[in-house]
Ligand binder design. Structure first.
Ligand SMILES: Nc1ncnc2c1ncn2[C@@H]1O[C@H](COP(=O)(O)OP(=O)(O)OP(=O)(O)O)[C@@H](O)[C@H]1O
Length: 233
């Protein structure tokens, strides 16, 4: 795991269609230290996923912005450099799990590295991760036979395959019941305790106590707000 800061400076994003131009992010700036858990909250459609995609280099921001993760200049690096960087340093966890239904839990965890690593090593690593996440009995099950909480733990195992410094989470508890949600949040808290940065996008205020800092996205503008103020609200 390497140490990397995130630096986002005056990030703007405008969507352009034939009929309208819509600015979703307006000069968003923030800085995250390695090991922090940062929550981004905001109502539906406020631009949270857009922000996450721009930060991870999955979408280009407007010119004049600066996005850096560790040594990577996200807006100026080549697609190949970004892909390689993401593969080695960032784990992604999504609301919809994004698992392949025809593959077993273990194969799903192995898949991203299948082209790059020896199968025996990969199998060993996947099994170890699934065991750590309490899924030793479910490794050979396919996603349609797993509960939501189990699916999300498989997705977390997959995200951890390359021991990433940064976990980018897009509403990962959005589809879970209370007990699975608490379980996933505790797992993420432990991973955060190991020194991993958590960048968490949500509209669930119950997630906030788990994080260190809270940013609110509203009408394209990102503002840091005091965690205690929102929690006690
Ligand atoms: N490719 C696109 N082209 C045009 N408009 C888009 C595109 N993607 C998103 N938008 C619009 O940009 C705004 C922000 O979308 P985004 O998905 O980033 O919001 P969000 O805060 O993640 O929403 P939610 O919480 O519902 O997932 C929305 O109004 C959306 O309709």
């Amino acid at each position: 795991m390497i140490t990397m800061e995130m630096l986002i400076d005056t990030l703007s994003k405008t969507y352009q269609s034939e009929i309208e131009e819509k600015q979703v992010l307006n000069k968003v700036s923030f800085h995250v230290n390695q090991g922090e858990w940062v929550n981004i909250i905001g109502p539906s459609g406020s631009g949270k996923t857009t922000l996450l995609k721009c930060v991870a280099g999955m979408m280009t921001a407007d010119t004049g912005s600066n996005v850096r993760i560790g040594d990577l200049d996200v807006l100026r690096a080549s697609e190949k450099e970004i892909r390689e960087f993401r593969r080695n340093n960032i784990g992604f966890i999504f609301q919809e799990y994004e698992l392949f239904p025809a593959y077993t839990a273990k194969q799903n965890v192995m898949l991203p590295e299948w082209p790059y690593k020896k199968e025996a090593k990969l199998r060993e690593r996947s099994e170890a991760l699934l065991r750590t996440l309490g899924l030793e009995e479910r490794m050979e099950a396919t996603p349609p036979n797993l509960s939501g909480g189990e699916k999300q733990r498989v997705a977390i195992a997959r995200a951890l395959l390359n021991d990433p410094s940064l976990l980018i989470c897009d509403e990962p508890t959005g589809n879970l019941d209370q007990s699975s949600r608490d379980n996933v949040l505790r797992i993420l808290k432990d991973l955060n305790g190991e020194g991993r940065t958590i960048f968490f996008v949500t509209h669930d205020y119950d997630v906030l106590p788990y994080g260190d800092r809270v940013f609110q996205l509203k009408s394209g503008v990102l503002k840091e707000i005091e965690k205690e103020l929102v929690i006690n609200h």
